[in-house]
Design a binder for this molecule. Structure first.
Ligand SMILES: [Fe+2]
Length: 238
């Protein structure tokens, strides 16, 4: 998908799972991304992954407060389903976002007649230093994407990058959260961190963590996707 995805294991073991692939990448209706190279960020990747549980930042940081929210853990995959009014475009935003392993986020986003997949790849290159890449795969209007679709895709990627930039500003200026203080109505940070820890664990311990976490987690005070008619998951590769 326009990237070289590499598996790093200091013990030299073979990959535990395949990298993600979106069938839409090979569909001429979809406009492929050209990656934004975002450089290095002085933050541990854990802090980036924390956002999967962070339901309460979506309004203040991105202007799209969540009305429904859930997380799901499936072995090496960490899913977030959410949606709510998108204030800037006066529309409703539905998203299903999932990490395949600790470094590759894909997010299906449906809003105002648009469907996109956002990619955020975050790779630790040193202790407390993360390199980031970004792109958007955009669904065109015809069986073969038109020039207008390509222009709209560029705009969509720029818009998504601007939204992502708001997270960047937080990460660039925060101190490490060694222990997270949270309310019950925040998302499942602790569970998300436990999921993330499987990638620093022995295969036996990772299997235990997966067995313990696999399932769906709801957040107090939030509607569920089912209650909000969230219906964008058909065909997603997880
Ligand atoms: Fe965010």
């Amino acid at each position: 998908m326009g990237c070289i995805m590499a598996w790093y294991d200091p013990d030299g073991r073979a990959p535990d799972y395949d990298p993600p692939f979106l069938p839409e990448w090979d569909d001429p209706q979809w406009v492929r991304w050209e990656l934004d190279h975002l450089g290095e960020l002085p933050v541990h990747t854990q802090e980036i992954l924390d956002n999967m549980a962070d339901v309460r930042h979506l309004g203040p940081t991105h202007g799209a407060p969540s009305e429904y929210f859930e997380n799901q853990f499936i072995d090496h995959v960490y899913v977030q389903r959410q949606g709510g009014p998108m204030q800037l475009y006066q529309t409703y935003l539905y998203t299903t976002t999932w990490y395949t392993g600790p470094g590759i986020l894909l997010s299906k986003q449906v809003f105002a007649g648009n469907t996109i997949y956002e990619l955020i790849a975050n790779t630790p290159v040193d202790d407390g230093l993360t390199k980031c890449f970004h792109g958007c795969l955009f669904k065109g209007s015809a069986a073969t994407a038109t020039d207008e679709d390509r222009a709209a895709a560029k705009q969509a990627q720029a818009g998504a990058l601007e939204a992502f930039g708001a997270d960047f500003n937080v990460w660039a200026n925060k101190r490490p959260a060694i222990k997270i203080m949270q309310l019950k109505t925040d998302g499942p940070f602790r569970t998300g961190r436990k999921w993330y820890s499987e990638f620093f664990s022995s295969p036996e311990d990772a299997a235990k963590i997966r067995a313990e976490l696999n399932g769906i987690v709801h957040t107090e005070g939030m509607a569920t996707p089912a209650q909000a008619n969230h219906n964008i998951d058909a065909g997603l590769p997880f």
